[in-house]
Design a protein around this ligand. Sequence first.
Ligand SMILES: [Fe+2]
Ligand SMILES: [Fe+2]
Length: 325
Amino acid sequence: MAETETEDSNYRPVNIEFLEQGGDELFDIFYRTESFGEVKFVKFASSSPEHQDKVRNILESGETEEEFYIHEEDLFKYYKHATNTLRAMAKNPRIPQKEKAQKVYEVSKTIMEEFFEYNASNKILTSSEEVMSIMDECLSHQDVGFSALSEITNKDYYTYTHSVNVGLYCMTFGIKIKLPPDDIKYLGLGGMLHDVGKSKVPYEILNKDGKLTDEEFNEIQSHAPMGQEILQGMECYNTKVCRMAGEHHEKYSGGGYPNDLEGEKIHPFARVCKIMDVYDALTTRRSYKKAMAPFDALILMKKQMGPEFDPKLLDKFIMLMGPDL
Ligand SMILES: [Fe+2]
Ligand SMILES: [Fe+2]
């Protein structure tokens, strides 16, 4: 007899594709049924090795449109499995590079979505370190340029897609300017986590359409120091990563927030993050504006916002945005 549970809100949809590889931690996989208006979650398999065949059969049959779920408390374990699967995929020479990058993007996006949209605990952010390191492998091996990235990034603006996009841009920049391997990872990770403080700002304020009051504006601005605090509090992130969250709204010419730092006083990684942050915001769609074309965004950044950015870094970025060599 299959086990059933009915508490709707405690189940999270998962992508069964990412369960192929398995892992040491066990959890149950459910599917959802509805009868007489009642929703039930029925156990389909567990992540144990004995059940892996069931998962593999589904994948081989191509019937993956069925939705699968896990219990919310198993999210962290699920992402461990998903990153194991991604690692194996990244090493597989038969899978095209672009497809690999797309899969990593997909998993990164759901991690950030869980965090921002479904209030998963901070612990889930530690999974982002693993996905960024896999992303680094995919991007470095293939020498992917910025214009290739535009094919995998999502053009609709949500805090979670924006976070992953900024992480990708920062990482690509690090690869292109040939930073040491550890720094490439810190830059990518810091980019992905730069806005984590927004999880503490009320949704209505973050998404308010009209003019913000001074108080609301202060609340939004607090996401920078709050983000730094969250990451420092987790005690697993390098200072460079934490400072990217804290200083990405500082302006090179001064007058930014939260500390009105200027020029070289702003951490170089935070200066890179600011460029990628603005670039992604301009080139994605919002409810009130269309996405700008990359070229137009660069012109606006250079001509109208120039002094806000580190000029050397901005010029380097503009140069790298040309066609992939
Ligand atoms: Fe921000
Ligand atoms: Fe941002």
